[in-house]
Every structure is written in C-alpha cells, then in structure tokens.
Design a protein around this ligand. Structure first.
Ligand code: 9MR
Length: 523
C-alpha cells in the first residue's frame, strides 16, 4: 500500500477551522490548492513528519488554514498527486450533525419508519418486543414488555450496557449545546430511547441487561427474522447504567416535561438502591445471538451513577462515597461502555454544590486533555491513538469529547482546533483514505456490517452511521475477511463481513454527535 497519496477531510473544512493534510510517500516538498477554475489560490511547504509506525509510511504535513474563502477546492502535489474536490464552507458540520442524529432514528425498533421521515429507508414495524419471554437462566415465568429503543449496532440486539453510555453522551450534548441541538431532532430521539429504558426496569428497581435473539439473525429485514427474542439480566452494570442515564435525563427534560423528568429521577434512585443491595451481579454470559458487554468491575459504574445523582439531588448522602471515589478512581482519556468513570468525573466537574469535588474533577479531566494533546502532537496523523482496538473511531470521537468538555470551563477554546482535527480523521484524513460515516463522501463505506442496510432493497446503506474503523486485532479474519495489508494502521476492511472494523454502533455515533454539535456551535 506504500504509494504516494494525500490524506485530507473528504467533505471539507469550516472556513475558520484548521486545514491540515498529509502527503505520504512523496518526494515533493511543496503543494498547491486550486479552485474550481483550476487557478492556484494557495501554495505552501510540505513539512516532514517522519515515518508513522502503524503504517510505516513516510509522512509530510501541509497547512492551508489561511484559505478561508467559501468554495470548492483540490490539493495538488507534483504532477500526479491530486485530491478529489472538497468544500470550504460552514454548512457541512450541521449537515453531518443532522445525518448522524438521523442515524439513531433509523436504528429505532418496534415502530414503523414512515416514508415522510425515512425516505427510501422506510420499513414496517418489527420486533415489537412487547410480550417476550425471559431467558431460561432467569428462572422466571411470564413475559415482559420491552418495547422500543434503538438497535445497538449492526445486529438486532438491544443492550442497556452500551445504550447507557450512548444516551448519556447524547444527553450531555443536549445540556451543553442547547442552541445547536434545538435546531435538530435529538431531544425527541433521546426520549424514544429513554422510554425504552423505563420499560427495562423491573418492579424491584433492578434493570434487565438485554433483549436479544437466541441465535444471531442473518442479514434479513427485521420483520423476517425467525429467532425468539428474550429478556436477559438483571446485572449491577445495567442497573447503574440506567441510574446514571436517567439522572441526567432529569436535568435535560426538567424544562421540557417536568413531570416526566421527576419520574426519571425517582426511577434512577430506585435503580441505584437496587445496585447497593446487589453490588456484584454479573452480566448474562449465555446466549449465542448477542454480544456479552461483559464487565465485572463495578466501581466505575457506581461512581458514574452517584456523581450524576449527587448533581441532580445535591443530597449529602452521596458525599462520603464520592470522596472515596475521587481518591480511588482513575481518570481516562475517554468514555467506553466498559470504563465509565469519566462520566462521573464530568458530572462532578459540572456541578456547583461541592466546589472541592468540582475542582478535583476539573484538574483530572484537564490532565486527560493535556495527555491527549501531547500524544496527538507526537503523531503524524495527529491522533492520540498508537494502537487500534475494536471501535477505534469511537475512541477518537470520545477523546474529542473529553477535549470539548474541558473547554466548557477553560472558555478559551484551547482545544477546539484539535477537536476539529480528530473529526477530519473520521471524514477522510486517515490511513485508509475513507470517510468512515456512511453517505458522507465519495469514499464512505457502501457495505457496513449492518443488518438493516444489508437486507433492504436500497443500494446505499442507511446514511449517517459511523463504522468502527481500524482494529488491529481483526477478530473477523477467520470469517474470510480480507485486509489489504498486515500493518496495524491499515486494519480496516470495507467488506460487509467485517464486524471487527466495519460495523456501526450507537456508542460510536453518540460521541460523534457530541463533537459535531460542539464544532457546529463554534464554527
Ligand atoms: O464494542 C464492543 C467491543 O468493545 C468488544 O470488544 C466487542 C466484542 O465483545 O463487542 C463490541 O460490541 C458489539 C456488541 O457485543 C454486540 N453488538 C455490536 C457491538 C459492536 O460491534
């Protein structure tokens, strides 16, 4: 794969955003930017960034940030190296934000997607899930109404662990960027998911873990699937995911629907109390047709839930535990479904009722932001990852979220440019030269690992979905997925079978929504 190439945002750049690109494996040392009339409107130097270890490519960097005029442009290096046309203009961020938010609508279960809203991706109601049996592991007769919510990813399962970090991330966007979010359908979409959360709570306060089929469904439309769907769980992690999310829902919905917001808070408290009585109930690890989301470390979920509840209630009952949490919990560079403590740190950093806890949390998150900045400055691709795990695109979006959150109190836009650069990586400035969001550019995935897209009659996949991206562990090679190169920096496959690199998931889309909302409110 080592041939001369350009790496840039395939959609384009906001006029005031930084405009960096990479030229790899080239001997030229300068570049030009041409406008639609093929006039040279900018020329600059290419600066060596050395070899980037994950791809072993020799890299050079170009910067045309000074070009701020709206228009269509292309980058040219030497005689042969030309980019495709891209745009400088402000509209792309809100267009992608809307597309990304709409992707959650397309993930809706149990309801008809009407042509007026879904266009060619309209489909009948399926997987009503309003009368489904319990898995045998639960020793429970009868059925349960678990109607609604989003499909988790490319499969047809619904999992509270993962839905929790996703919906909380989206709620945080609603809280922090209200003016931008007001112009979108996000509030309505988040409410759809939260209504499902409420149905997943058992009478005793515990929360079921997942709704999933006995076997993996094939790539057929949801209304044609054959495997029995069942309720599984409850677990400590699912119950605390619920508590943390519903507490934040209280904050966001308090001005929209105070009665309902109050219900959310009451149910969150009930869930937290269940978890206190059942602090180590493991995940259900016994179905074939779903992912495990296995996690037996509960302390980060406890921290998240009680920090959120403290912020909503100001109840001093949480203080003692929170003091112990801030002394023992680590701070990470991002949020993941398994490690949720940063949601706890964020809750403490944004509350005002205990300024000492606020200050500790802010310093911790600032430390993470500084580390992200340091690592990206060392990387030719200006990202903070040096290894690539399942869902690396989600990890990058989540690190951008950390940077954006810290800017809330720094108020000097210290990290906005870096957030913008991480988003450039997602939309094309990456070693695969792919815009990782379906329907976003000429290079977007056409065959994501996504049952809805792979089983409808429509040629294009459902738009607005972020795929997982580089994953050096390649857990799908035994399924005959071919990768172009052995190198970790090229470990993405555009094939439908590549569940390890080309699947979409709500927990990767949610931080993308968050950072697009952030950038749309800045640029
Ligand atoms: O995102 C999850 C990743 O961190 C795990 O390593 C992987 C294997 O357990 O599972 C991923 O989550 C999948 C889930 O289990 C089922 N729905 C699709 C999810 C995205 O691939």
């Amino acid at each position: 794969m080592k041939k001369p190439a350009l790496r840039y945002n395939h959609i384009g750049y906001a006029p005031l955003a930084p405009k960096y690109f990479l030229a790899v494996e080239t001997s030229f040392s300068s570049f030009e930017v041409l406008d639609e009339l093929n006039e040279v409107v900018y020329s600059g130097e290419l600066i060596s960034r050395g070899v980037w270890p994950p791809t072993e490519e020799n890299t050079l960097f170009g910067d045309f940030s000074a070009l701020q005029k709206n228009g269509k442009y292309r980058i040219v290096v030497g005689d042969a190296l030309k980019s495709e046309w891209f745009t400088i203009g402000g509209g792309w961020l809100s267009a992608q934000l809307n597309a990304n938010i709409k992707s959650f609508y397309y993930q809706r279960t149990g309801v008809e997607l009407v042509p007026e809203r879904a266009g060619k991706w309209a489909r009948p109601a399926a997987h009503l899930d309003d009368d489904i049996p319990f898995h045998s592991s639960m020793n429970r007769s009868g059925t349960w109404n678990a109607h609604g919510g989003w499909y988790d990813a490319g499969d047809y399962g619904k999992y509270i662990v993962n839905a929790g970090v996703s919906v909380s991330t989206l709620l945080l966007a609603c809280e922090l960027y209200p003016e931008t979010i007001k112009k979108t359908e996000l509030i309505e979409e988040v409410r759809f998911e939260l209504e499902w959360f409420l149905r997943m709570q058992d009478h005793d306060g515990g929360v079921f873990f997942k709704i999933s089929p006995d076997r993996w469904d094939s790539f057929i439309p949801p209304h044609q699937t054959v495997h029995q769907r069942r309720v599984l769980g409850k677990s400590t992690t699912s119950t605390l995911n619920f508590a943390g999310s519903l507490a934040l829902a209280h904050r966001v919905f308090n001005h929209i629907d105070p009665e309902w917001a109050k219900t959310c808070l009451e149910k969150a408290i009930k869930a937290y109390q269940w978890a206190q009585l059942n602090p180590e109930v493991s995940y259900p690890d016994n179905t074939e047709g779903s992912g495990p989301y296995g996690d037996e470390n509960y302390s980060d979920e406890f921290f998240w839930a009680r920090a959120m509840l403290f912020r909503e209630t100001q109840d001093s009952v949480f203080i003692e535990d929170l003091k112990r949490d801030v002394a023992t919990q680590t701070v990470l560079l991002d949020i993941s479904w398994r490690d949720t403590q940063n949601l706890g740190w964020i809750a403490l950093s944004l509350q005002n009722s205990d300024l000492s806890l606020q200050s500790i949390a802010r310093r911790k998150l600032e430390g993470s932001a500084a580390e992200i900045e340091k690592r990206s400055a060392e990387s030719a691709y200006r990202i903070a990852l040096s290894t690539f795990q399942w869902g690396s695109n989600g990890e990058i979006a989540n690190q951008a979220l950390t940077l954006a959150v810290v800017n809330e109190w720094l108020k000097i836009d210290k990290y906005t440019e870096l957030v913008s650069e991480f988003v450039d990586y997602i939309y094309g400035r990456n070693p695969m030269n792919v815009s990782f969001v379906t329907g976003s550019a000429w290079s977007s995935p056409m065959f994501p690992h996504h049952r809805l897209s792979g089983s409808d009659e429509v040629e294009e996949p459902v738009p607005g979905l972020l795929v997982g991206g580089l994953n050096e562990h390649r857990q799908d090679t035994r399924r005959a997925v071919a990768y172009e190169s052995e190198l970790p920096g090229f470990s993405y496959s555009g094939a439908q079978g590549s569940f390890a690199s080309n699947e979409t998931a709500i927990n990767w889309n949610a931080p993308l929504t968050f950072v697009l909302a952030y950038l749309a409110s800045k640029y």
